[in-house]
Design a protein around this ligand. Structure first.
Ligand code: FES
Ligand code: FES
Length: 173
């Protein structure tokens, strides 16, 4: 067994130190040692994106990153999005536009969409579909995920937003 080392990084703006073997994947460290179980594991071939986190300003699939590679970096997971009980615009958008069903892909989807909106605040539908192509969903057919991201983009630009989903129109946030 390889020698374990302590790795220090920032997780959702809090300092963490964790003892890991060099082979340990970031997704396992997050889920099994740091109780951040929002990022999920949906494959072993780097396709599904359920494990997506933001690592120092980049979307990464945390099943393809070793924890030792994260020393001194900033890691953002879905658990870091809501502030003071207030949902992030993307979380609100996914709820209002019914952009999730089973919810398994949702943490990765929202974290990837966050990076998209940092880079392109006013994305076209084509931009959204292209940028989100590393994240697979078995439930929604993607259509409402596109609308959820458009909702969040508009809200973050300061525009007045309303759900386009008839069943969600009655829900207040
Ligand atoms: S678990 Fe599927 S890409 Fe990471
Ligand atoms: S909501 Fe079920 S996989 Fe996306």
């Amino acid at each position: 067994m390889a020698k374990k080392t302590v790795v220090s990084f920032r997780l959702n703006q809090a300092d963490v130190d964790v003892l890991v073997e060099p082979r340990e994947l970031l997704i396992h460290t997050l889920r099994d040692k740091l109780d951040h179980t929002g990022p999920h594991i949906g494959c072993e071939t780097s396709h599904c994106g359920a494990c997506t986190v933001d690592l120092d300003g980049m979307s990464v699939k945390s099943c393809t990153v070793l924890t030792v590679q994260c020393a001194d970096l900033d890691v953002l997971t879905i658990e870091g999005f809501a502030k003071g009980g207030q949902l992030h615009a993307l979380q609100e958008g996914f709820m209002q536009e019914h952009g999730l069903q089973c919810g398994f892909c949702t943490p990765g989807m929202i974290t990837r969409a966050y990076r998209l909106l940092q880079e392109i605040p006013d994305p076209t539908e084509e931009d959204i579909r292209y940028w989100m192509s590393g994240n697979l969903c078995r439930c929604t057919g993607y259509q409402n995920i596109v609308k959820a991201i458009q909702y969040a983009a508009a809200k973050l630009r300061g525009e007045v937003v309303e759900t386009s989903h008839p069943m969600m129109a009655e829900v207040t946030v």
